[in-house]
Ligand binder design. Structure first.
Ligand code: UN1
Length: 517
């Protein structure tokens, strides 16, 4: 149950609860326990709300990797023999522990990311739901049965684990990207090594602690490990080590490219990518504009525009664009922006000062390209990394403002006259994650959903582009990378498929050809 937190939480108390009031180790494997200290680099956990260093982490070093991977390989050889429903019960227990600690974990997510408490809780709710989904899925990892053309033969598909799954996650969803990937990997009999973003070390450590508690209860020690380096050289071990059978990467297209190239050097190794999105929503002349304005507002400002699924482009019919922009500006003005620790805040700060620089750059470039600012456009004059959610109009669909993904709360409004033109503008970007249409016209909606419509992995009608339901497969096409996690049949991405044929009749086609004395 999600309950509202009424007061600002006590930072010191929450940190202490997870042992984060002292320098905490960043490496965990069941073979070694928590490892840190000595001369390891220290990660400063800065709260984006005010830049205060709230905790320090002793980062993983390259020399920590061997123990982590060797243990993950060894544990997997036992974990694969545990019946899948039992593996699911372990994941369900992790979900229960997240739920029991929902408020404290939400505080940790807020300190890490600067997300509002409400959004932090909702991310964790997704992880709890993901545990429920994975627990149920563990009993339903079905393969098809086929009809053999041979007499007295049985034929079917089955799914086996891949081995070790490495998860590399970004700062914006410090819990749920791990949950969406890791829970499916674990029910499938894989072991998991998590390399979180060093920008958000606290959530990963807190979650690993809860996992360790569940692992003790279920004799599942070592199924999940944590490897939290500060530097790229150490992080690269996750993608270069041939003992990692699948690398699931969430982050920029540029790094995703490196992951795919490195992993593909060895055929048989796999990768799963969830990279940049440049998500657009078409609003046609029949749309309910108030519904659209609310959805587009949350799509733009939610998580301070730092979601892969954030709404970055609105493609509005020329006949309604002025009204829509007016309603959006009215909605934007009502969003409480502030310290994520304050319960009334809906939108917190950006993650770091370089994100603020990105925000300024987009505004500058958009002005140079002839766009106008219909709302916002400024860095907010207060301590912390706060910016005004921004609506740009008159944006050229070909300009870098419309073409490039920038992880800030800026939405570009483009216009169209015919549906074909709208769909062309919609699809004419490199990325392909989430998309949407606001309309009450069935033909327009179904055209957008048809093969000549949206080219994205996710399409949402009369909704925002963000907030995917975990029951659906999550991921996108084109430069987004093609990977799928979460619901539907995404679990298959963490498995190797085997076609089985059994001759149970004791006869063969060679019976008349070959005789034995
Ligand atoms: C991400 O932004 O990297 O659907 C993934 C959503 C979120 C996205 C998480 N679950 O908006």
């Amino acid at each position: 149950m999600t309950t509202a937190i009424k007061q600002r939480f006590d930072t010191a108390e929450v940190l202490q609860k997870f042992g984060l009031d002292q320098i905490h180790p960043g490496t965990y494997s069941s073979a070694t326990g928590w490892v840190g200290g000595d001369d390891r680099p220290v990660i400063d956990a800065e709260c984006p709300a005010d830049g205060e260093i709230v905790a320090q982490i002793s980062a993983s070093e390259e020399s920590d990797w061997e123990a982590v991977i060797a243990n993950a390989v060894a544990v997997q050889k036992k974990w694969r023999d545990v019946p899948a429903p039992r593996r699911g019960e372990f994941i369900r227990r992790i979900g229960q522990l997240i739920e029991e600690n929902h408020d404290d974990l939400a505080a940790i997510v807020a300190l890490d990311t600067g997300k509002s408490i409400a959004e932090s809780k909702s991310e964790l709710k997704e992880s709890i739901d993901m545990a429920g989904l994975a627990a149920g899925q563990s009993r339903m990892m079905y393969g098809y049965t086929q009809q053999s053309q041979r007499p007295d033969h049985r034929m079917y598909d089955q799914y086996h684990p891949l081995g070790v799954v490495g998860i590399i996650s970004a700062y914006n969803f410090p819990a749920n990207v791990w949950a969406q990937n890791g829970f499916l990997a674990a029910i499938g009999g894989n072991t998991v090594i998590w390399k979180p973003s060093p920008k958000v070390p606290l959530t990963a450590i807190a979650l690993q602690q809860l996992v360790n508690q569940a692992a003790e209860e279920f004799d599942a020690q070592g199924v999940f490990s944590l490897y939290l380096p500060a530097e790229n050289a150490a992080a690269e071990r996750v993608i270069t080590d041939l003992r990692v059978d699948l690398v699931s990467f969430t982050g920029s297209t540029q790094v995703g490219q490196l992951v795919s190239e490195t992993v593909s050097q060895t055929l048989g190794r796999r990768y799963q990518l969830e990279c940049s999105g440049n998500n657009a929503c078409i609003v046609d002349e029949t749309a309910d504009l108030e519904l659209a304005a609310r959805a587009l507002t949350f799509g733009t400002v939610g998580t301070t525009g730092q979601r892969c699924t954030s709404t970055r482009r609105v493609i509005a019919h020329v006949s309604i664009v002025d009204k829509l922009v007016e309603l959006m500006a009215e909605a934007f003005a009502q969003i409480p922006i502030g310290d994520p620790r304050d319960p009334g805040t809906m939108v917190g700060p950006l993650i770091d000062s370089s994100a603020v620089e990105d925000f300024k750059l987009v505004i500058e470039k958009a002005a140079a390209d002839g766009a106008q600012i219909a709302y916002g456009g400024n860095v907010i004059d207060r301590p912390g990394l706060y910016v005004e959610p921004t609506i740009l109009t008159g944006v050229d669909p070909k300009s870098s403002t419309a073409q490039e993904e920038t992880f800030v709360p800026i939405v570009s409004v483009l216009t169209y006259e015919t549906l074909d033109e709208a769909i062309r503008i919609h699809n004419d970007v490199a990325q392909g994650l989430a998309s949407g249409m606001h309309s009450t016209n069935l033909t327009n909606i179904e055209t957008f959903l048809s093969a000549r419509g949206s080219d994205c992995g996710i399409v949402r009608i009369n909704m925002g582009t963000t907030g995917a339901d975990i029951g659906a497969a999550f991921g996108g096409e084109k430069e987004t990378g093609g990977g799928r996690t979460a619901g539907s049949d995404s679990w298959k991405g963490f498995m190797r498929r085997q076609s089985v044929c059994v001759n149970w009749g004791g006869k063969s086609p060679w019976d008349n050809q070959i005789t034995f004395n």
